[in-house]
Design a binder for this molecule. Structure first.
Ligand SMILES: [Zn+2]
Ligand SMILES: [Zn+2]
Length: 438
């Protein structure tokens, strides 16, 4: 027997002993918990393996949840990733029989690996019940948690960022015990903690909104003077020829600032909404709440007035053809953003439909949107005498870069091409969409 096998059997035996104790009812819950505590072997082994999985999964997380899903999705087609392999990973050749039921592996009874103990097992003796996920409500996207499906503390709905891993029944049950054990330890800590008072809750909520508003305020206060400066230099330059590079640069900068300021002011108003849900319990809190409300509304009106006045000044300072050009730049940015957004939605749809076996209805909604935004973008770019194919190329490069698909996109195309052949009808248009996209 190899070292690996010996290690594995030892680990497996420890798990089994633990289970026999619980099953036979020869020990009580607290005795098992005590044992998990006192005999660090099983708990420590489990901990080490779970930590390895969590670290590996964390390595797959990108700044955007779309890229994370794309990575996980593509990763699943390149065999089992290294980070999922346990320290006692059994080579395929190590055993012809399932470590759970001892039945021989065959074409029907395929060999699989438990991601925790690394044992070779069949589907009957395992399930994809180990869930690694980032809680949807978590503000830290690297905050990876683990759970057993339908077991204690498992999230009630599927988190956006998650992965299901295969575990053998032995490991599953040992992990369940660990979950209960950990929860009981946490509960003790919670009891020690003083319950958050209503006043604390009020100040926490109001300061969260206040901070959000303050950060948008700072952006507006940075953008508005820039906008004013752009307008001023536009007025000075307006005598020079229209094609002057200064004017062209300014038009672009002005258009961008105009969009930014509109966006910032709208998001400011949106961020005010949660104030409505905050309940004040006394007159002091009420005064504070009113202060934040009134101050914010005043800020909004003052700044939107300044913004509008600046726009009027711009209209008076520059010739109409330059104004048209600025508007065209604003429109271009808007339709460009829409087109990119629709493309990203399609990608997200592709990934989700593969994971959850969607039908095509949703695609029938997204694809016409793509068509419309494509035509609008084409109109807009051609009207500006710009090279449309070059423009689309730039967008595609950007999307490709964003999805980090360079190495695996052929795999993806392959899968969709096969799907296309499989259905053999015109309603499955994804391969074309994918080609357009990449
Ligand atoms: Zn089996
Ligand atoms: Zn296992």
């Amino acid at each position: 027997m190899t070292n690996l096998m010996q290690d594995y059997t030892r680990f497996q035996r420890q798990m089994r002993d633990e289970r026999v104790l619980i099953r036979s009812g020869s020990v009580t819950r607290s005795e098992v918990d005590g044992k998990l505590n006192k005999s660090p072997s099983v708990a420590a082994l489990l901990h080490a393996e779970i930590t390895r999985l969590i670290d590996g999964f964390r390595g797959m997380i990108s700044s955007s949840s779309l890229v994370t899903s794309a990575k996980l999705f593509l990763n699943s087609f390149n065999g089992i990733p290294e980070w999922q392999k346990s320290n006692n990973w059994m080579p395929i050749t190590a055993s012809k029989h399932c470590c759970g039921c001892a039945k021989e592996f065959s074409f029907i009874r395929k060999n699989r690996h438990c991601r925790v103990c690394g044992a070779l097992i069949c589907a009957e003796c395992s399930s994809e019940d180990l869930l690694l996920y980032v809680p949807n409500e978590s503000s830290d996207k690297y905050n990876v948690k683990w759970s057993i499906i339908n077991d204690f503390g498992c999230p009630s709905s599927e988190p956006t960022i998650c992965i299901y891993l295969r575990v053998c029944t032995e490991c599953q049950s040992a992990l369940s015990n660990l979950l209960v054990h950990q929860a009981e330890c946490n509960e003790k800590q919670v009891q020690v903690k003083v319950k958050e008072t209503d006043a604390e809750k009020f100040f926490k909520e109001i300061s969260a909104i206040h901070n959000k508003l303050a950060s948008i305020k700072a952006k507006v206060q940075e953008s508005l003077p820039k906008y004013q400066k752009s307008i001023e230099s536009m007025g000075i330059d307006s005598g020079s020829p229209k094609s002057s590079p200064n004017i062209q640069n300014n038009i672009q900068a002005l258009a961008k600032l105009q969009i930014d300021i509109s966006d910032e002011l709208s998001s400011f108003i949106l961020s005010l909404q949660p104030l409505k849900n905050i309940k004040s319990q006394n007159s002091t809190q009420n005064k504070l709440l009113e202060c934040v409300k009134m101050g914010s509304i005043k800020f909004y009106y003052d700044n939107i007035t300044v913004f509008r006045t600046m726009k009027i000044r711009l209209e008076n300072a520059v010739p109409p053809e330059v104004l048209t050009e600025i508007q065209s730049e604003v429109n271009k940015n808007a339709i460009n953003g829409t087109y990119i957004y629709v493309k990203q939605l399609i990608m997200e749809y592709l990934i989700l439909s593969q994971l959850h076996h969607f039908q095509n209805e949703l695609a029938d909604v997204i694809l016409p949107c793509e068509k419309v935004s494509f035509i609008e973008l084409q109109k807009c770019i051609t009207a500006r005498n710009e090279d449309f194919s070059k423009h689309i190329n730039t967008i595609d490069t950007f999307l490709k870069y964003q999805l980090e698909l360079q190495t695996s996109f052929f795999t993806l195309l392959d899968i969709w091409y096969n799907k296309y052949l499989e259905y053999g009808n015109a309603t499955v248009r994804f391969p074309c969409t994918m080609l357009l996209m990449l």
